[in-house]
Design a binder for this molecule. Structure first.
Ligand code: P6P
Length: 327
């Protein structure tokens, strides 16, 4: 479709390609776009409000929580819980699942999110983002149950992210291509920027926090040394959605490996690794722990962490060979 098509028109056109679809999903994605617009507005003026202040509390991961994190989480919950699309939600910012109340219109989708990833960068004007996953519920009862949330990434019906940067970008996939939209604040619409994004087979960028080098396993050190010798360039912002999106568009590899400090890696399977893995595979890329495909992992808990090696297929395969062989 032509550039400038609105997200709503694009999603409705995609829906028409699936006869018998209920329009439920179209409605849900439109509601997610509404949440993104509201969060974008607050992120863009956060420095002028007290939203950058720390809440004082820590989340389940022991991380400082900004008022902006709470605002983003609450905005997703309040807008999506009464749209008739969802039965339950899970969030990196909430210890337990959220059951859509019986008083709300409920549906059959499960929504999981990192409502505001990288918010520690917010006061430095570095782009931050929201990451989300959508699954069809499996259970049949009056409420969702834990097994509706502990799902292989392969079962996602949709995954996406929003980057709140110099422009607000929304990228999503239902497995049939990866599509990027840019928010035009003058009309309050997400407009098609890039249909069917494909990640380059090989990139020239590697993204990793090199301050962790002393705690890396020998195989990771060997891969990074190899990347440097090959002339690859380092790009790392500390904001996963920004690093991922740049590598998706330009090609490259992002690594957050397990190390002596983070024995199972730092990033969360359900809220970060799985949705981005779904997207990168739909764009022709790869996502692994270094040994296992991310999308094949059966989660053991809601906040499980995993090592993540994600990006251009040629680069990820090379990293896997080295990491698997020398572990
Ligand atoms: P480090 C942000 O807190 C985050 O979850 C990701 O956005 C980012 O890629 C990573 O952590 C940065 O972690 O340890 O390099 O600061």
């Amino acid at each position: 479709m032509k550039k400038g098509t609105t997200l709503t028109r694009f999603v409705m056109a995609q829906q028409r390609m699936h006869p018998g679809s209920t329009g439920d999903f179209t409605g849900l994605l439109t509601d997610i776009a509404t949440v993104a617009k509201i969060i974008a507005r607050e992120v863009n003026r956060a420095g002028l409000t007290d939203l950058l202040d720390y809440q004082g509390a820590k989340n389940i991961h022991g991380e400082q929580v900004r008022k902006l994190d709470v605002f983003a989480n609450e905005t997703f919950i309040s807008i999506l819980s009464d749209t008739g699309h969802l039965i339950g939600m899970a969030s990196e910012e909430m210890p337990d699942v959220y059951h859509v109340p019986e008083s709300c219109a409920r549906g059959n989708y499960i929504f999981m999110m990192d409502p505001l990833d990288g918010s520690s960068n917010a006061d430095a004007n570095i782009s931050i983002g929201s990451i989300f996953s959508i699954y069809k519920r499996k259970s049949k009862g009056p409420t969702a149950i834990l097994s509706d949330f502990l799902r292989q990434g392969l079962e996602q019906v949709c995954a996406g992210y929003v980057i709140y940067g110099q422009t607000t970008i929304l990228v999503y996939s239902t497995g049939n291509g990866v599509h990027g939209f840019s928010l035009d604040p003058s009309i309050g619409e997400f407009l098609l920027l890039h249909e069917n994004i494909r990640i380059p087979e090989k990139g020239n960028i590697y993204s990793i926090n090199e301050s962790n080098a002393p705690t890396w396993n020998e195989s990771v050190r060997h891969y990074i040394d190899r990347a440097k010798k090959e002339g690859m360039t380092a790009r790392y912002t500390g904001s996963l959605v920004s690093d991922f999106h740049r590598n998706l568009v330009k090609g490259g590899i992002f690594l957050y490996p397990a190390d002596k400090k983070n024995q199972r890696g730092k990033l969360r399977l359900l809220y970060e690794a799985s949705p981005l893995a779904f997207i990168v595979h739909a764009a022709g890329g790869m996502a692994t722990t270094g040994e296992q495909m991310i999308l094949e992992i059966w989660p053991e808990s809601l906040h499980q962490r995993v090592p993540l090696v994600i990006g251009s297929p040629n680069d990820v395969r090379t990293a896997m060979l080295i990491i698997a062989h020398r572990t």
